[in-house]
Write a protein that binds this ligand. Structure first.
Ligand SMILES: Cc1cc2nc3c(=O)[nH]c(=O)nc-3n(C[C@H](O)[C@H](O)[C@H](O)COP(=O)(O)OP(=O)(O)OC[C@H]3O[C@@H](n4cnc5c(N)ncnc54)[C@H](O)[C@@H]3O)c2cc1C
Length: 373
């Protein structure tokens, strides 16, 4: 039996970021079922940071994460976490009204975004088809993220503060005995007064194990393909996103990374790409751009897990003292990780929102599990 102050189930970016910040206040044990942290969703992302991405409860978390990602604390990482790229949202003639509405909403948050016509959009990414792209919106702040560096930085920091990362440690039983959450795993039994559920796609399973009602988390599968570079390829192209979120593509290590932006409901599993989704990705991208595809160089799929209102669930379960939900990061868990970690720290240790979010129109209630109870 091993005791600590904070016990966290799941060592993806969520568990790692919460553990990093909580390890400043007490002992932390991070329990991970797999033999290496990051095997599931965290290791399968498209790795970009876009303040425009996500709804009104996501954007503040992303924007407030920017300073940490741009200038992490000393010793966090040997290399930069972010690399400038820019995002280009594109629209066909029939999508221009959607593009204009998005531009108007975004300009309030990001004055630097610029609305442009078709030729200007094509100048930023010349493989875009003249007969397809009628307009664009450029978001300069969008960047590539070094996901591994962010994840490892959190894990390293946690260990430097005396925290432990325990792999091959699937939580198989969770009970609350004498005020302590007691978690049995193949790597030992752990106890703590505070238990964080950071189990990603398995969040509801972990709640059930603890005898609690699920909140209705839904994992949605998303597919990525890596394609050979087309003629005229430049590594400096922006990430190009369909304004209706039906596809995106971007340069990645000299290749094209592309997705059909699929959201297929799935059980919590080790997600694998389906041939149909790969074909849809290629078809949609070829309608918009001259990217010949002779073969697919690599492919994978991952689960983006959402709550019923697509806002993360962060907070204590109302009738289970010490059980803290930290799930539902959806498609934004990397770009929001620093502020999500701070949010968990601040709610658990101080019972309030972190000051970095003071200027934003968000409250603890926006994220609390109470909204599903
Ligand atoms: C294709 C794709 C593209 C994406 N692109 C982006 C992007 O560009 N930018 C961005 O910010 N986000 C992106 N995301 C989303 C981002 O990857 C996720 O929001 C984030 O990784 C979720 O992290 P997590 O820690 O909650 O989940 P996970 O990384 O899945 O971690 C959960 C962990 O919990 C463990 N676990 C579960 N049950 C148990 C148990 N009983 N005991 C012990 N351990 C357990 C699992 O093994 C797993 O390792 C993308 C996701 C996908 C799939």
């Amino acid at each position: 039996m091993q005791d600590c102050d904070f016990l966290i189930i799941g060592a993806g970016i969520a568990g790692a970021s919460a553990g990093y910040f909580l390890s400043r206040h007490g002992s932390v044990a991070l329990l991970e079922r797999e033999s290496a942290p990051g095997y599931h969703t965290t290791g399968r992302s498209a790795a970009f940071y876009a303040p425009s991405y996500g709804g009104p409860n996501i954007r503040p978390l992303t924007i407030a994460s920017g300073p940490f990602l741009r200038q992490p604390p000393d010793g966090f990482s040997d290399s930069p976490l972010m690399h400038e790229r820019g995002a280009l949202y594109i629209a066909r003639q029939d999508q221009l009204a959607t593009l204009d509405a998005f531009a108007a909403a975004l300009q309030v948050l990001e004055p630097d975004v610029s609305r442009m016509d078709g030729p200007a959009a094509r100048a930023l990414c010349p493989v875009l088809r003249e007969d397809y792209v009628a307009g664009g919106l450029f978001e300069p702040e969008c960047s590539d993220l070094d996901v591994n560096a962010v994840h490892q930085g959190f894990l390293r920091g946690l260990k430097q503060h005396g925290g432990r990362v325990v792999t091959d440690a699937a939580a198989s039983s969770i009970t609350r005995i004498d005020g302590l959450w007691t978690v049995e795993t193949p790597s030992g039994t752990w106890r703590a007064p505070v238990l964080l559920n950071a189990a990603g796609a398995w969040a509801d399973d972990v709640a059930r194990l603890a005898g609690l009602a699920p909140v209705g988390m839904q994992p949605l599968r998303r597919t990525i393909v890596i394609l050979p570079p087309p003629p005229g390829f430049a590594p400096t192209w922006p990430v190009v996103l369909d304004i209706d979120d039906h596809f995106y593509f971007k340069p990645e290590s000299g290749r094209i990374l592309a997705s059909p932006a699929d959201e297929t409901p799935s059980d919590p599993v080790d997600a694998q790409p389906e041939e149909l989704d790969i074909a849809i990705a290629i078809d949609r991208i070829q309608q918009a751009a001259d990217i010949p595809v002779r073969h697919v160089e690599n492919k994978w799929a991952g689960l983006r897990t959402f709550s019923p209102d697509r806002t993360p669930v962060v907070g204590f379960e109302p009738d289970a003292p010490g059980f803290f939900w930290f799930v539902g990061q959806g498609g934004y868990g990397i770009q929001t990780a620093p502020m999500m970690g701070r949010l968990a720290e601040s709610l658990i240790v101080a019972g309030r929102m972190p000051e970095e979010l003071d200027g934003f129109d968000v409250a603890a209630a926006s994220y609390a599990p109470d909204r599903f109870r």
